[in-house]
Design a protein around this ligand. Structure first.
Ligand code: SF4
Length: 168
């Protein structure tokens, strides 16, 4: 016990302070999200995320939406492993040829009404991967996309704003 206390004392606080204005920004978007989710989805918007070939930076930002700073669950946003429970399909990366069938199957397994949101510049037009032997380009080449959230990668606040845009 003493050893642990000593280590805590020695280490101090290692987290970085939030940039100015971030908390306020999240509060504003969050309130609007909460209201829209309550109105349209009975308080719970469930998302299935699929990586269609990304470099993983977009996934890290998606993960950050769940961290204690952004904590998207407090607004009613949940992630699910099963497309059967999902209201929204969030797709990262370009549409790689190897993921084309999996993407279509995931979409087909979702109950209507359902939304598709392509995340990142890659999701928009293939980004730095473009079109080639392994990549078809943007997610729009495979599915009908309801909204694009651009950025490389987009920040968690941009992701929350993008989701709000679709459901409002
Ligand atoms: S948009 Fe940028 S961060 Fe996201 S998958 Fe493409 S290269 Fe990676």
């Amino acid at each position: 016990m003493l050893k642990i206390l000593h280590q805590i004392f020695r280490t101090g606080i290692v987290t970085e302070p939030l940039p100015t204005g971030v908390e306020e920004e999240i509060q504003v978007v969050g309130q609007e999200l909460e209201e829209a989710i309550r109105r349209c989805f009975h308080r719970s918007l469930t998302i299935r995320a699929v990586d269609a070939g990304s470099c993983n930076a977009c996934e890290l930002e998606l993960q950050a939406m769940n961290n204690p700073v952004y904590n998207c669950e407090r607004f009613g946003i949940h992630f699910t492993a099963s497309p059967r429970f999902a209201d929204m399909l969030l797709v990262t990366g370009p549409a790689t040829r190897n993921m084309e069938i999996a993407l279509k199957r995931t979409y087909n397994a979702m109950p209507p009404p359902k939304f598709v949101v392509a995340v990142g510049d890659c999701g928009y037009d293939g980004g730095i991967f473009g079109e080639g032997y392994a990549s078809l380009g943007g997610i729009g080449k495979v599915l009908r996309v309801d909204a694009y959230i651009k950025g490389c990668p987009p920040k968690p606040a941009d992701l929350l704003r993008g989701i709000l845009r679709v459901i409002r």
